[in-house]
Design a binder for this molecule. Structure first.
Ligand code: ZN
Length: 205
């Protein structure tokens, strides 16, 4: 019986998670390994199903909708292929539901496939996403993809910023169709900037 693993590779925004996923897919292609790229779709107005990295490379993928059963999806793929897909590469895994992470774990355990999930650890308020929490609970292997804050420390927080560059403290975890922007910072810079913002706002009251 083949034996797969469930991997969670997490990092902040801008830590090149997607670029690493795409490089991994390229490598699998070179070695003729069977693999499938997938991504939860958050904004259903997105026209094309691709995984796109900021460095300018992209590759087609399958959408995972909120109600997609990924275990059944894998069964269908394996039947169509007449064999097992060796590697599943999942981008934006923080947006998976808890049930979908459980289904990926079953894909690993029942079929012996490997599933690598790439995603964020926490949201702009520093709290775990549903998919990330379940991955921390179930994954065989957990790796951090590190990146560096302007001050030199490791980034921890994905801060949401407004038009003035100030950190936003309230709002929905996921803003669909919004043009909100994010900057990854270390925990200390996150705290210091919020203190500085609060002082500035009280000055102008
Ligand atoms: Zn910092």
């Amino acid at each position: 019986m083949r034996k797969g693993k469930l991997y969670f590779r997490y990092g902040t925004m801008g830590s090149a998670k997607t670029a690493i996923l795409l490089a991994t897919a390229y490598n699998f292609e070179e070695r003729n390994l069977s693999f499938l790229c997938l991504k939860p779709i958050v904004d259903t107005r997105e026209a094309t199903s691709v995984i796109r990295s900021r460095i300018g490379i992209e590759r087609p993928c399958e959408w995972i909708y909120a109600d997609t059963n990924v275990y059944e999806l894998a069964q269908e793929k394996h039947e169509a292929l007449g064999g097992i897909i060796d590697w599943y590469l999942v981008d934006e895994a923080q947006f998976l539901t808890e049930a979908q992470v459980d289904q990926f774990a079953r894909i690993v355990d029942d079929f012996g496939s490997n599933v690598i999930c790439y995603g964020l650890r926490t949201d702009f308020q520093s709290h775990l996403f549903e998919g990330s929490r379940r991955l921390f609970e179930l994954a065989d292997t957990i790796d951090e993809i590190k990146s560096t804050c302007n001050c030199g420390h490791k980034t921890i927080i994905n801060a949401r910023i407004d038009a003035n560059g100030d950190f936003v403290s309230k709002g929905a975890q996921v803003e669909i169709g919004g043009d909100e922007r994010y900057v990854a910072v270390c925990r200390k810079c996150w705290r210091n900037k919020r203190i500085e913002q609060a002082q500035r706002q009280s000055l102008f009251k």
